[in-house]
Design a protein around this ligand. Structure first.
Ligand SMILES: Nc1ncnc2c1ncn2[C@@H]1O[C@H](COP(=O)(O)OP(=O)(O)OP(=O)(O)O)[C@@H](O)[C@H]1O
Ligand SMILES: O=P(O)(O)OC[C@H]1O[C@H](OP(=O)(O)OP(=O)(O)O)[C@H](O)[C@@H]1O
Ligand SMILES: [Mg+2]
Length: 281
């Protein structure tokens, strides 16, 4: 039975459970449930603090888990990032009061507030920058105003929280993060993990792609197919009218309308778009 760690709180929790539900697994109805067996799928879920998930997976007591890339790196644990999951996307950045610090070199000798001490410590050490790391559990942005730090290193998504605190980012992002599926370094990629991974991948692809059907004159088919090459190769079927063919291909959701315009321009008609509910590639 595969043991899977799922975040019980915070930004990762709801989308992780949603992903698993769409992948056909049981998920808890009550937030106080700590363990949830799913015998039909031969798995067991453990709802744990997002920060602790890398520790459990790294130790091998839980086989796989969902956490943030930033949390995994900050844990210092040698677990393997198996797949990015495309939600809880954020950057991890330095920020200081507007105009006060403009490059990473100027951090030397300063106090950096963060909840990610290991991540920040190793970033600074790698660059030979000597600065004091002040650990805080959260609401890091308030630390400068309250006088316990000169700058912060924190999760930035829209930047709203930083702006509200009068802070501005500087330097390149330390990290680009998203939710990730992890397994322990020593753990062989088991059949159970492969099944979970294929199911998760199926959900991610179903979210990212639509199915596009259209009819096109045979004489223009090659040009149309070049616009919709599909994942492997599009399906081309004959129509009753031998001068036309029907084409079916997967198309990235965000370019749906642009692709329909281009197809129309090369002579395609009856262009239909359908959502993919689930898939196994
Ligand atoms: N505003 C956000 N947008 C996108 N991802 C975020 C955001 N805030 C946190 N994350 C991501 O969520 C994970 C942090 O987990 P954490 O449990 O700290 O979430 P949280 O939403 O900050 O919850 P908490 O309320 O407990 O602080 C990290 O991977 C982080 O990059
Ligand atoms: O760039 P933004 O869109 O404003 O999002 C980033 C903020 O979201 C998270 O905070 P959270 O609400 O989790 O509070 P915390 O600092 O207590 O973790 C993160 O720590 C940042 O503060
Ligand atoms: Mg937080």
């Amino acid at each position: 039975m595969l043991r899977i760690a799922v975040p019980n709180k915070g930004s990762l929790s709801e989308p992780a459970s949603q992903l698993l539900t769409e992948a056909g697994y049981r998920q808890r109805r009550d937030n106080r449930e700590l363990v949830l067996p799913d015998p039909a799928n031969d798995v067991e879920f453990f709802f744990l603090r997002p920060r602790d998930i890398a520790v459990y997976v790294g130790s091998g007591t839980v086989d796989v888990g969902i956490t943030g890339r930033d949390l995994l790196l900050d844990s210092g644990v040698e677990a393997v990032e198996h797949r990015g999951l495309g939600f809880a996307r954020s950057t991890f950045r330095f920020a200081a009061p507007a105009g006060q610090i403009t490059s990473v070199d100027q951090i030397a000798g300063k106090r950096v507030a963060t909840s990610y001490d290991v991540l920040v410590g190793s970033y600074l050490a790698d660059r030979g920058i000597d600065a004091e790391v002040v650990h805080l559990d959260g609401a890091v942005e308030s630390s400068v105003r309250l006088g316990i730090a000169d700058l912060v290193a924190d999760v930035v998504e829209t930047g709203t929280t930083l702006r509200a605190a009068g802070l501005e980012t500087f330097g390149d992002p330390i990290l680009r993060s998203e939710a990730v599926l992890i397994h322990s370094a020593g753990h062989e990629v088991s059949n159970g993990l492969n099944v979970l991974d294929r199911r998760v991948q199926g959900v991610l692809v179903a979210r990212q792609y639509v199915l596009m059907d259209y009819d096109v004159p045979v004489t223009h088919a090659e040009r149309a197919i070049a616009i919709t090459p599909g994942l492997e190769s599009p399906t081309v079927s004959p129509l009753h009218d031998g001068n036309w063919v029907a084409v079916r291909a997967m198309v990235r959701r965000e370019v749906t309308n642009k692709v329909m315009d281009e197809l129309y321009d090369v002579g395609a008609r009856a262009i239909l778009v359908t959502s993919i509910h689930a898939c196994r590639l």
